[in-house]
Design a protein around this ligand. Structure first.
Ligand SMILES: C[S@@+](CC[C@H](N)C(=O)[O-])C[C@H]1O[C@@H](n2cnc3c(N)ncnc32)[C@H](O)[C@@H]1O
Length: 464
């Protein structure tokens, strides 16, 4: 039965019904949003692969209390923003969600996602649309990839990304969002891994060894670091294979082994050893020369991180006499950039190996006006002398409540909150703005992950 949305009452829709819909919204997960007719705007229908502007006929495959899920049967009128995906497995691979959406629409949607979070979760009225900094490259931007490996019984070894919402691997031979110089490693190392005869990890039984292949590239230096993640060291002739790869690829500077014996979805385990070559690659970033190892956090989109961090530093208009605290500083990427413009910068980071790299990077670049502390921001912040400006760049879960309370107590003149998750940014801003001691002076979105629904945001707060 085809149900016209104009005559349809929401409660009557059943699995199997056909609906004719106009798609008006897009979720970060890549689902189009439409509405049935009915009282008010009708019932929400999520339509995988639908995009705003599409007129579609969908088959209802699931009915829930508050929404329906429909599968596209036919696109009656395609949206002008619908584009041909750059990737041949875009409809299966869970790596990207928005390959079929024009880059202009991706940016506009990300602006809206950040605005919605700030307004609805943070209760922050926004007088104007949120500006956004688009990525210099919408494709071929990733400097790092980590591929799960699988080998179903009697079949060739597979390597790629999981299908959306599952642990079924989509086998890849190239990926249009990763640096093109990594494609050859993906193809040829996969072939070699099959030849090694190493047993591949099987997650349901927690058996086998080889789990992931990690690749990282210095976009400016071309240096590549290859990391195998394994449940144990039982990979016969690993050293021979590692040396063979170093001899074969002039840009490959090191082969590492990360041991992850746990039954977990977390990719890296706590221990990494260098099998051949070096354990870190060198990269040029905003006038700095950085050393980056295989497992520490480094922004995945080098050019965009450089543009965004430089823009943020420009907005601060540092005069050279300020003291700053860079909380959640990773390997000191932003800390060292800021140190070139301020009197003194302190970085705080929980991962010991990232702190070691940050200290080494400071020394390597001849920067003496920085100091790095290892520990959680919650623990370390109360012990530090006051800073004029505090930069926060926490992981997706946002700041610990204790961190926000310490900041409200200490009241630094300015706060800069950089975030990779609009919902937690909005939640934390609401706390910081609640008492009226801070006001929001500027905000902006940035696209670090084109072809996906992820969006970064930054908010500037000033005391008084
Ligand atoms: C989003 S990254 C930002 C890194 C850095 N600002 C950059 O752009 O390269 C967040 C960092 O916070 C660290 N981290 C996570 N929780 C932390 C905590 N409670 N205290 C200190 N650092 C933490 C992570 O190890 C990671 O390096």
């Amino acid at each position: 039965m085809v149900v016209s949305p104009l005559s349809d009452a929401p409660s009557q829709v059943k699995p199997g019904d056909l609906l004719s819909l106009q798609i008006t919204g897009l979720t970060p997960q890549g689902d189009g949003i439409g509405h049935t007719a009915g009282p008010g705007v009708g019932q929400v229908v999520f339509v995988p692969q639908g995009i705003p502007g599409d007129q579609v006929e969908v088959r209802v495959i699931e009915t829930r209390r508050n929404y329906l899920i429909g599968r596209i049967q036919s696109i009656q009128v395609p949206s002008p923003e619908r584009v041909r995906p750059a990737c041949i497995v875009a409809d299966k691979c869970g790596g990207c969600q928005w390959q079929h959406v024009s880059y202009a629409m991706q940016l506009a949607t990300k602006q809206q996602i950040l605005a919605d979070a700030l307004q609805r979760i943070g209760g922050i009225p926004l007088p104007e649309p949120v500006p956004i900094l688009g990525s210099p490259q919408p494709l071929r931007y990733r400097n790092k990839v980590t591929y799960p490996i699988a080998q179903p019984e009697g079949q060739p070894l597979r390597m790629g990304y999981y299908q959306t919402g599952s642990h079924r691997l989509v086998n890849l031979n190239q990926c249009p969002v990763q640096d093109e110089r990594l494609d050859v490693f993906l193809r040829e190392i996969k072939r070699d891994l099959q030849e090694t005869g190493w047993s591949v990890y099987e997650e349901t039984r927690h058996q086998g060894h080889l789990r992931h292949l990690g690749l990282r590239i210095g976009r400016r230096t071309r240096e590549v670091l290859l990391t195998l993640v394994s449940r144990s060291r039982r990979l016969p002739q690993l050293e021979t294979w590692a040396q063979r790869w170093l001899d074969r690829y002039p840009d490959l500077v090191g082969v590492c082994l990360n041991l992850n014996p746990a039954r977990t979805n977390t990719i890296f385990g706590p221990q990494t050893e260098v099998i051949a070559g070096r354990g870190a690659l060198r990269e040029e970033f905003a006038g700095l020369s950085l050393w980056i190892d295989s497992t520490s956090f480094f922004q995945v989109n080098t050019e965009q991180a450089e543009a965004f961090f430089t823009w943020i530093a420009d907005q601060l208009q540092l005069q050279g006499h300020e003291t700053l605290l860079d909380a959640y500083c990773g390997i000191g990427t932003f800390t060292l950039l800021l140190a070139q413009r301020a009197k003194r910068v302190v970085g705080v980071e929980s991962l010991p190996e990232a702190v070691l790299q940050a200290r080494y990077n400071a020394q390597f670049n001849g920067i003496t006006s920085v100091q790095f502390f290892q520990g959680t921001v919650e623990q370390v912040l109360p012990t530090l002398p006051p800073a004029d400006i505090v930069v926060l760049d926490p992981p997706r879960r946002g700041c610990d409540r204790q961190v926000l309370e310490t900041l409200l107590l200490r009241q630094p003149q300015r706060l800069v909150y950089i975030s990779c998750h609009p919902a937690t940014l909005a939640r934390d801003l609401q706390v910081l703005l609640a008492e009226g001691s801070y006001r929001l002076t500027q905000w902006r979105a940035a696209d670090f992950f084109p072809q996906t629904g992820h969006v970064e945001g930054v908010a500037f707060l000033e005391r008084g």
